[in-house]
Write a protein that binds this ligand. Structure first.
Ligand SMILES: *Cc1c(COP(=O)(O)O)cnc(C)c1O
Length: 364
């Protein structure tokens, strides 16, 4: 690719960041706001870094309209570490961890919980090869549940919940790694949500947790200190050295989201983008086939197939030659996937649709 030219980036994660954010970070990379050093070179105990850290927390609360009684944590180890930390902190003896099995990421979360304690899969779409989400009526909460865990957007299969089950007094914990801040949500329906930053929030290296303070306070003192939510909460996510540069980048992305008009505007933009690609699939007379059932189609990860694997290979090859990156489906499921997170511009989706039409003409 020509030096300086931006790719049509459909990577699944790490993924596209807003160009404006990258340029702002570049402008203050060497000398952060007249401090004579990069933000990466500063103490995390100093006022300059702490202001960035605090502002990132406040912006998250503001954008997501987080109610009082919730706190925001910045942790490390990715969403994958949360798969273990959640049961370690929140699965009390005598209770059961209830999981909704929606696909690849849900299965990984279940596997970790099983290592920690009593775990139940209360609904699953495995029999339908994860082409859909279980219906909300099928998600029945057992009386002895410590919490219910589900995955709002299955990044690999390309399915997404458009609404969430009412779990009553049992906390609902949601892995939002691949769709956090892509739409407004009523946060009060969740006990906890979490996301690795590298899809919709910034670069890799930081995991955001938003949870009710009473859940964060419930950690047993028998687990390692670094794995305790209460320790991180009491220390404002500064118990040890935080991933300061990643948090600074998240701060920049949050400013950018606000400039886009907040989550309502972001959602409309995301729907337009997704509709462009799904319309191209649906109007292709079977040349392209969507993987997910229409009512559970993800607006973040559009998964689709061609009529043969050879044709898929040739699609990917030709797309790469024309500047499209990341369209190959996850190795575990094959096919094609366009990840169109918040930062992917509509113009990239329009270019993809044009390419899909051209490829169809040449190959049918
Ligand atoms: C990417 C992803 C993860 C894993 O995130 P890491 O930060 O790499 O641990 C977990 N859940 C979902 C839904 C994801 O998309």
């Amino acid at each position: 690719m020509e030096q300086g030219k931006r790719a049509f980036n459909f990577n699944a994660g790490p993924a596209a960041l807003p160009l404006a954010v990258l340029e702002r970070a570049q402008a203050e990379f060497v000398d952060f706001r007249g401090n004579g050093m990069s933000i990466m070179e500063m103490s995390h105990r100093g006022g300059v870094y702490e202001a960035v850290h605090q502002e990132a927390k406040e912006l998250l609360k503001e954008l997501f309209n987080v109610p009082a009684g919730y706190d925001v944590l910045f942790l490390q180890g990715g969403a994958s570490s949360q798969f273990a930390m959640i049961p370690m902190n929140l699965l009390q003896p005598g209770k059961v961890a209830a999981y909704v099995d929606t696909g690849s990421w849900a299965k990984k979360a279940i596997k970790e919980a099983q290592l920690i304690g009593e775990t139940a899969v209360i609904a699953s779409s495995e029999a339908e090869h994860y082409t859909r989400m279980p219906s909300l009526e099928d998600i029945q909460v057992p009386a002895e549940a410590a919490y219910v865990h589900l995955t709002s957007n299955e990044t690999i299969e390309g399915t997404q919940f458009q609404a969430f089950p009412n779990t009553g007094d049992v906390p609902l914990i949601v892995d939002m790694s691949s769709d956090i801040l892509s739409r407004p949500l009523d946060i009060s329906q969740f006990g906890m949500i979490y996301a690795g930053a590298q899809k919709n929030l910034g670069p890799s290296g930081v995991t955001v947790v938003i949870a009710k303070e009473e859940l964060l306070a419930a950690s047993p003192n028998t687990i390692p200190t670094m794995l305790r939510y209460d320790i991180h909460q009491k220390n404002n996510s500064l118990y040890n050295t935080p991933p300061s540069f990643s948090i600074y980048m998240v701060n920049q992305v949050l400013h950018w989201l606000k400039e886009q008009g907040g989550l309502q505007a972001v959602q409309e933009h995301n729907e337009e983008k997704a509709n462009l690609i799904y319309d191209a699939i649906d109007s292709s007379q079977g040349f392209y086939r969507g993987v997910a059932v229409p009512e559970n189609r993800s607006r973040m990860n559009v998964t689709f197939r061609l009529t043969s694997e050879d044709l898929e290979k040739s699609f990917i090859k030709q797309a790469e030659q024309e500047g499209f990156v990341g369209l190959k489906g996850h190795r575990s499921v094959g096919g094609l996937r366009a990840s169109i997170y918040n930062a992917v511009p509509k113009s990239s989706c329009e270019a993809l649709v044009q390419f899909m039409k051209q490829f169809q003409q040449q190959n049918s």
